[in-house]
Design a protein around this ligand. Structure first.
Ligand SMILES: [Zn+2]
Length: 121
């Protein structure tokens, strides 16, 4: 039996966080993937329930309210600029400041050259 992954937002809150089995959840709820398939997003709202299902072990999926969901925001120039800047930062070594061709893992924190990887660029 898995532990409930979603922490109780307020222990004194009398509202339980319902859990359903697959295909047993009431209508009006959808997972993040199901929202996305309809071109919707949770829009900052927390999940209100979860589904427990078996797939190589027990898994949980959060359920969001369809009536609170909002349309996915289209990619604008500004959003693409933000994504570019984020990816550039992930490719830039914090030690030597060089932008590399690859994303530097945050767990390593520096490029292969600074990390002393033989034959690295
Ligand atoms: Zn470096």
């Amino acid at each position: 039996m898995p532990q409930r992954r979603y922490p109780d937002p307020c222990p004194a809150d009398p509202q339980p966080f319902p859990e359903f089995r697959k295909n047993m959840a009431p209508g009006g709820l959808a997972t993040r993937r199901q929202l996305r398939a309809r071109g919707l997003r949770p829009a900052g709202h927390d999940p209100v329930a979860q589904i427990r299902y078996w797939r190589h072990g027990w898994r949980l999926a959060f359920l969001y309210r369809l009536d609170l969901a909002q349309p996915v925001r289209p990619m604008t120039e500004g959003r693409w600029r933000a994504v570019d800047a984020m990816m550039r930062a992930r490719r830039t070594c914090r030690q030597c400041g060089t932008e590399r061709q690859y994303v530097i893992p945050a767990s390593v924190g520096r490029c292969n050259v600074c990390d002393g990887v033989p034959g690295a660029q």
